[in-house]
Design a protein around this ligand. Structure first.
Ligand SMILES: [Zn+2]
Length: 251
């Protein structure tokens, strides 16, 4: 295994060096040599907030998020950020989305899940979740003995899911999109979604809490049926479509 990895690295380096002059020449008219070389060695990442979702391994998913300054909530910039979160949440058809998932380590989350999304879900214990913005959210567990284990996935661990145990009933406190403090009891799928999203704000991802042996690739049947052919879609749209279809067909 070590030899294979080593030789692959060498091949990749040779490939890069072969095409380096061509790539640099293509941009010759626009940038200085130093800038072109730097761009090639260290490609510039886009700036957040992103239209896509950061994937596990990205350091932004592993840091504790800063709390939101309450005086900023009613500014147009912050309201635009909330609108942007909703846009990505809808594009990816999610139950919840936390700001670090689009590159911003801030204590900001949106949740919401419709009846239709429940019908399409692979999880057993799903129910609609009221649309809410949660700023600087905290929760208290109402009964430490009452937990439910169910299938859970995350747009930041695209293509995989696992069984995760979560508390059934929690008391949540957060500021809403207008900066007003709200407190409510959440249970079942809403409680699961909030616990999952609040974990993101602490740099915790569901794989840290899953039952390790239950981890599965949502496309494993597809890979088997098509003898290794297939790919994981990281963009919005038909994410998980094949997995749902194969489950429906009982494959
Ligand atoms: Zn997640």
């Amino acid at each position: 295994m070590f030899i294979k990895l080593f030789s692959m690295t060498c091949v990749r380096k040779c490939y890069s060096m072969k095409y380096l002059p061509l790539i640099l020449r293509r941009h010759a008219a626009k940038k200085s040599y130093n800038q072109r070389y730097k761009d090639f060695i260290e490609p510039a990442f886009p700036k957040p907030p992103f239209n896509f979702i950061c994937q596990i391994g990205d350091p932004v998913l592993r840091q504790r998020c800063d709390s939101v300054d309450e005086s900023l909530i009613n500014t147009s910039g912050f309201q635009d950020l909330i609108a942007h979160l909703w846009k990505v949440h809808e594009a990816f058809s999610l139950a919840g989305l936390a700001a670090p998932q689009i590159g911003l380590p801030l204590q900001l989350v949106v949740i919401g899940f419709t009846e239709t999304q429940c019908k399409e879900s692979n999880a057993k214990f799903v129910s609609p979740v009221l649309r809410r913005v949660l700023i600087n959210p905290v929760y208290k567990v109402l009964d430490y003995k009452d937990k439910i284990t169910d299938s859970e996935g995350c747009a930041s661990v695209c293509g995989y899911s696992a069984q995760v145990s979560r508390y059934s009933h929690i008391q949540v406190e957060a500021l809403n999109e207008n900066g007003i403090k709200e407190s409510w009891k959440a249970s079942g799928f809403e409680a699961r979604t909030i616990q999952h999203e609040v974990d993101h704000l602490q740099g915790v991802v569901f794989v840290d809490k899953m039952e390790a042996k239950s981890l599965e690739c949502s496309y494993w049947q597809h890979v088997k049926l098509h003898e290794g052919k297939g790919y994981i879609e990281f963009g919005p749209g038909k994410r998980g479509f094949l997995a749902k279809l194969y489950r429906k067909l009982g494959l």
